[in-house]
Design a binder for this molecule. Structure first.
Ligand code: ZN
Length: 263
C-alpha cells in the first residue's frame, strides 16, 4: 500500500519539519535559535508576535542561505522571554534570565558534537538581553556564539515611527507574515502612547531602569501602529532576511580564529 502523498513540502533547514536522514546527511555549519516572548501586544496583535516573527525570519534566512549553498538550521523558537515587568498582565509568561542561560547552555551542548560551528541567537524581544548569556557561555564552547536583534537588521526609515512594542514596525511585520492574526478594525487599536520617565538621565539614555509596563502604557503598546501596512512589513522583513542571511553565509565560511581582520 503506497502511503505517499503529493503535498510533502518541508521548508529547507526548518528543523521542526526535517527528517532524521535530512539532518544526518550534509553539513550544517550554522544554526539559528529564535528567542521570542509570550505577552500582550497592544489591542490588535497576538501574544506570540515576537515568537512568530523570530520563527518566520529564521525560516526565511535558512531558505536564502540554502540558495547560496550554505545549509543553516532554523531551530524551534524559544516561545518565552524575559518579562519580569509585565507579570501583572494576564498570561504573560516570564522566563528569568538565569533560566534562559540554562536553556541556552543545554542547546549549545546539544549542538556542539554535530558540526555546528556558529550559533546565531535570533532575538525578537527587547527584554531578552542575551549578551550576558553569551559572555558567560562563550569561554566554555568552541562554537561561535552571536546575537542578532532581527528588528535592528533592516533600515527602519520605511516607518514613520518604528515603535518599541506593537508599534508600526511589529504591526507591519505581522500584517505581512500572519495577516490573519491582526485585528482588522483599526479603530480598536490602541495608540501606544508611552509615558516618559520623570528622570532626566533615563530620558537621555545614560541611566536605565526597567519599565513597569502598566504604569508606562494603557494599551500595552509602545509606539503608534496606525501607519503600518503589509507592504512596509514585506520590505522591512525582506531586507532583514537578506542581511542576516549574508551574515550567516559569511559566518559559515570564516575560521573561528580569523574573525578579526588585520587593517
Ligand atoms: Zn514584540
Amino acid at each position: 500500500m503506497g502511503l505517499a502523498h503529493d503535498g510533502y513540502a518541508p521548508r529547507v533547514g526548518v528543523l521542526e519539519e526535517q527528517t532524521w536522514p535530512a539532518m544526518r546527511e550534509g553539513a550544517w555549519p550554522v544554526a539559528l535559535l529564535p528567542f521570542g516572548a509570550t505577552e500582550p501586544h497592544n489591542m490588535h496583535l497576538p501574544y506570540g508576535t515576537d515568537t512568530i516573527l523570530g520563527r518566520e525570519v529564521a525560516a526565511r534566512v535558512a531558505a536564502s542561505c540554502a540558495t547560496q549553498g550554505v545549509m543553516v538550521a532554523a531551530l524551534p523558537a524559544v516561545p518565552f522571554g524575559v518579562n519580569t515587568t509585565q507579570l501583572d498582565l494576564p498570561f504573560t509568561i516570564n522566563l528569568m534570565p538565569s533560566t534562559q542561560l540554562a536553556v541556552l547552555r543545554d542547546v549549545v551542548r546539544s549542538l556542539e558534537p554535530h558540526g555546528v560551528r556558529a550559533l546565531v541567537l535570533l532575538n525578537a524581544h527587547g527584554g531578552n538581553e542575551l549578551r550576558a548569556l553569551v559572555r558567560e557561555l562563550q569561554p566554555s564552547t568552541s562554537m561561535v556564539l552571536t546575537i542578532v536583534n532581527w528588528w535592528q537588521a533592516a533600515d527602519q526609515d520605511v516607518f514613520s515611527v518604528a515603535g518599541d512594542h506593537a508599534g508600526e514596525l511589529e504591526t507591519a511585520a505581522i500584517m505581512h507574515v500572519a495577516p490573519h492574526l491582526v485585528v482588522p478594525d483599526r479603530s480598536t487599536w490602541g495608540e501606544g502612547n508611552a509615558k516618559p520617565s520623570v528622570f532626566d538621565g533615563v530620558r537621555s539614555g545614560w541611566a536605565w531602569m526597567p519599565r513597569r509596563w502598566t504604569q508606562v502604557t494603557v494599551d500595552t503598546g509602545v509606539g503608534n501602529p496606525r501607519a503600518a501596512t503589509a507592504e512596509k512589513g514585506e520590505a522591512f522583513v525582506a531586507q532583514a532576511v537578506e542581511r542576516i542571511a549574508a551574515f550567516c553565509v559569511h559566518l559559515a565560511g570564516v575560521d573561528a580564529n580569523a574573525m578579526w581582520a588585520e587593517r
